[in-house]
Design a protein around this ligand. Structure first.
Ligand SMILES: [Zn+2]
Length: 347
């Protein structure tokens, strides 16, 4: 035994050294640094943000956060680029009823993608749409089922110009005269689409630059924060909603996946900077609700169905995760991006 130890220890130490030297020579970070970021992200995610953690921190994670949910019936990521017209998938794979989730906020999503209606004293703001095939059944019929009038839609804010979030914008603009709000760089890519693109091409209304803006409709102001990264014009938001009469602040993450960044270090850096920026805006506002546009990231489909149930004493709205819960979400995004950048040797 003693002799074996004496011969094997130097061998193992030598192998490890060679591995580390190779990694350094290739411009890759030693594994420990990547692991540190992943551990931080895993701890921040806990059970609340498993889908976000898996999609961002685990290389080559299957579409849909390992659950496959977003891919089924959702058209998948390939169809999310606005090119071509995805046929309407089987309704059994995506349809969800609309739900009132706060006094003045309504969920109009499919089981995979979320669209939200924020009701103000002067009309409705739609936050993100969905694929074109979901506009009628989910947004228009959804509002009607909830006793709201689609004609009251005044603004449609698009977090980023990918088909799974923006294909409904042109129809809502044309039918109801809603003004479409988008990040300036994402308007540029949108306006280059052919007229035959799924859902059509909206006309440019309001372009938000890197300085962000505030959008006020009646008694409600949405603070729009430019968070470039997922796309160059990605927008995230902070806005108030009422929960049984009490004001609570929402943080809304506009774009998540980083799979297209490759070894372009500036894209990773921009993304991380954006997460810190929206995390700070959320903290400054005391945001305790975390929303996104994919159910796999914020559990919207599950929570929306729970929101309408009678609350027991001490229970709160399922969308309220606390100020710490909001910050943990953005920590997952930033730490996974830092890990991925190092892992890929991006410069
Ligand atoms: Zn996207």
């Amino acid at each position: 035994m003693r002799a074996m130890k004496l011969t094997r220890i130097p061998f193992l130490t030598g192998s490890l050294l060679v591995l580390l030297l190779c990694a350094t020579a290739l411009g890759q970070a030693p594994p420990s640094e990547v692991d540190t970021h992943i551990s931080t992200a895993r701890a921040a995610a806990g059970q609340d943000y498993r889908g976000t953690f898996i999609n961002l921190c685990i290389p080559n994670a299957p579409a849909g956060g390992g659950r496959g949910a977003a891919g089924r019936g959702g058209g998948g990521r390939g169809a999310a680029r606005g090119a071509g017209a995805p046929a309407t998938p089987d309704r059994a794979g995506w349809y969800a009823s609309p739900y009132k989730v706060f006094d003045n906020l309504y969920w109009l999503g499919t089981r995979q993608h979320s669209s939200w209606a924020l009701r103000t004293s002067e009309g409705i703001i739609i936050i993100d749409t969905n694929f074109a095939w979901a506009t009628e059944p989910e947004i228009i019929d959804g509002l009607t089922k909830l006793g709201l009038n689609p004609r009251d839609i005044k603004y449609v804010i698009i977090s980023h110009a990918h088909g799974d979030h923006d294909q409904g914008a042109a129809e809502l603009q044309t039918r109801y005269g809603a003004k479409v709000v988008m990040g300036a760089p994402d308007w540029e890519s949108t306006l280059q689409r052919p007229a035959t693109a799924a859902g059509g091409v909206p006309k440019r209304d309001i372009a938000v630059g890197s300085e962000g803006t505030k959008l006020t409709l009646g008694d409600t102001t949405v603070t729009i924060v430019a968070t470039p990264g997922h796309t160059p014009g990605t927008l995230s938001y902070v806005f108030p909603v009422k929960d049984e009469g009490r004001t609570v602040m929402v943080a809304y993450s506009g774009g998540t996946l980083t799979g297209a960044f490759g070894t372009d270090g500036s894209r990773w850096d921009e993304y991380v900077t954006s997460q810190r920026k929206i995390a700070k805006a959320a903290a400054d506002a005391g945001a305790s609700v975390m929303l996104s546009n994919h159910s796999e990231y914020d559990g919207a489909y599950t929570k929306a169905r729970l929101a309408g149930l009678k609350r027991e004493v001490g229970e709160q709205n399922p969308f309220i995760v606390g100020t710490d819960g909001v910050q943990r979400y953005f920590t997952v995004m930033a730490e996974c991006a830092l890990a991925s950048k190092l892992r890929l040797g991006a410069k």
